[in-house]
Design a protein around this ligand. Structure first.
Ligand SMILES: C[S@@+](CC[C@H](N)C(=O)[O-])C[C@H]1O[C@@H](n2cnc3c(N)ncnc32)[C@H](O)[C@@H]1O
Length: 185
């Protein structure tokens, strides 16, 4: 659990079932897409979004190596448009790993406005019993606006429909990443 992605993967795995519908909102190098494909299995389905062609190329390559290309649809579009590709109450899991492509251009990163919009749409796309996982970064090149906007939005999500859990690496310095989970009742 010392790595935020490991923490998020463990929680997702504890909730997910084979044959489900999973969305990776930030494909990057495909680590989360791959994990979701393994969970989905042959009876499941994965949609993955990124705005960089490089992310699609790297992820496609990795899925091919693992023999899982047939399980995922890789979409070159912003996650703020995910409602064009997935219906309301359809997804079991939606996974966000915010920020920039590791090793890529730090200028091409998720942003406060589009992330908040995507999370709002994602909550509607989640089915009852489904969950959203968010890896939120702050400080450095990323700044604080995105984290603050997301936390402000999540604070107002109705508690009778969703449970929002905000976690903290409590004894770490230098703005540690923040894992957040939203469960739809
Ligand atoms: C931290 S990386 C994701 C890491 C990734 N999940 C992995 O396993 O390697 C964040 C990604 O979000 C992408 N991104 C930025 N804005 C986006 C948007 N509006 N919609 C979808 N992806 C976006 C970036 O291009 C970058 O590849």
């Amino acid at each position: 659990m010392s790595q935020i992605t490991e923490w998020c993967h463990e929680v997702i795995k504890s909730q997910a079932r084979a044959g489900g519908f999973y969305i990776d909102a930030t494909m990057g190098k495909g680590n989360d897409t791959l994990m979701l494909c393994r969970l989905a299995g042959n009876a499941g389905r994965v949609l993955a979004f990124d705005i960089q062609e490089e992310a699609l190329r790297i992820t496609e390559e990795r899925l091919k190596e693992e023999g899982m290309s047939h399980l995922a649809e890789l979409i070159l579009d912003g996650h703020e448009h995910m409602d064009r590709y997935a219906g309301a109450e359809s997804a079991d899991v939606i996974c966000f790993n915010l920020g920039y492509l590791p090793g890529g251009d730090h200028e091409i990163a998720t942003s406060a406005a589009t992330s908040a919009e995507a999370i709002k749409k994602g909550l509607k796309i989640l089915k009852s019993g489904g969950m959203m996982s968010l890896c939120i970064y702050s400080g450095g090149d990323t700044g604080f606006e995105e984290k603050e906007k997301i936390l402000e939005f999540l604070r107002k999500v109705p508690a009778r429909e969703y449970t929002v859990i905000v976690n903290e690496y409590y004894n770490r310095e230098n703005h540690p990443p923040m894992p957040v989970f939203v469960f739809k009742h």
